[in-house]
Design a protein around this ligand. Structure first.
Ligand code: NAD
Length: 272
């Protein structure tokens, strides 16, 4: 599409919590046009009734591949789950549509395949485990702190409908901490673990504790321990609107990128 013209956007997972919030944000943006909304639920219903905002006649379709061919969007935003998201993004790349994957739970091999396909077909794409700007800053602060305070554990807290654990954000934070550390760390004493999992799961040599409770949305603390001091970096998403500035940024910028990008960092810190 030409710079400055309207971007045509499709959403998969359109009837879900994130999909509905994303559609409302797209409908409110004058430079974006919602052209397709796909979900296996609420098929045939108008988007107007699903999100409670006028959508210019878009209805929920059942099948992404047929809808991609019919509407030919510039960008796909996916908020389904794991392997469904990988399949949607794969088809988008093969159709010249830039995918922005917000769903979590993709396997390492699915991500590697998307990365290779993006490079091979020269179609840009993004996988963004957390669209909240504050969460991206939290991860960067954690990476910086790890150099001087390598002893760190992550506590991530989410609503009880979340399927994957640890969260994509927690895994990404752990990898950043591992990269930021100037030295490796190991337990200070041999540990006697009375209940399996009590010390959390280990990602990139960082213990991660996952809490799932009703009433929570998406929260994370990274706790660093040093000599006689502790540092806690904490982020809270209060509601799903917290993700929308990042979702809109990714939609608007993904087609200006080359290749496959993980996270919003490239857009927030490295691009000028
Ligand atoms: P949800 O269960 O409310 O919505 C998922 C929707 O996807 C449902 O409507 C479901 O019917 C649909 N769906 C699933 N498989 C499908 C398929 N094969 N074809 C068509 N539709 C399909 O979940 P949610 O809370 O909206 O979260 C969606 C995803 O986004 C999860 O993976 C979650 O972890 C992730 N998430 C990411 C961020 C981020 O910032 N990147 C933030 C919140 C949630």
């Amino acid at each position: 599409m030409d710079q400055g013209s309207t971007l045509r956007v499709a959403v998969t997972g359109a009837a879900g919590r994130m999909g509905r919030e994303t559609i409302r944000a797209i409908l409110a943006a004058s430079d974006l046009q919602l052209v397709a909304a796909v979900d296996r639920e609420r098929v045939g219903e108008s988007v107007d009734s699903v999100v409670g905002a006028p959508s210019d006649g878009v209805a929920i379709a059942a099948e992404w591949t047929a809808e991609a061919a019919r509407t030919q969007p510039d960008v796909l935003v996916d908020f389904t789950h794991g392997s469904a998201a990988a399949a949607h993004a794969r088809h988008a790349l093969q159709s010249g549509i830039a995918p922005v994957v917000g769903a979590t739970g993709l396997t390492d091999s699915e991500v590697a395949e998307l990365e290779a396909l993006s490079r091979q077909l020269d179609v840009p794409g993004m996988l963004v485990p957390n669209f909240a700007i504050g969460a991206v800053l939290m991860m960067e602060f954690a990476r910086m702190a790890a150099r001087w305070m390598p002893h760190a554990e992550i506590v991530e807290l989410h609503h009880d409908q979340k399927r994957d654990a640890p969260s994509g954000t927690a895994c990404r934070t752990a990898e950043k901490i591992a990269r930021g550390r100037a030295q490796s760390v190991s337990p200070q004493v041999p540990e006697l673990v009375r209940a399996e999992g009590a010390r959390g799961g280990v990602v990139a040599d960082v213990a991660v504790h996952s809490v799932r409770l009703p009433g929570l949305l998406a929260h994370q603390m990274v706790v660093f321990g040093g000599t006689g001091e502790c540092l806690t970096v904490r982020h809270d998403s209060m509601d799903r609107s917290s993700f929308m500035p990042g979702v809109l940024l990714a939609i608007r910028r993904v087609r200006t990128l080359t290749g496959w990008h993980e996270g919003l960092e490239g857009l927030l810190f490295w691009e000028r």
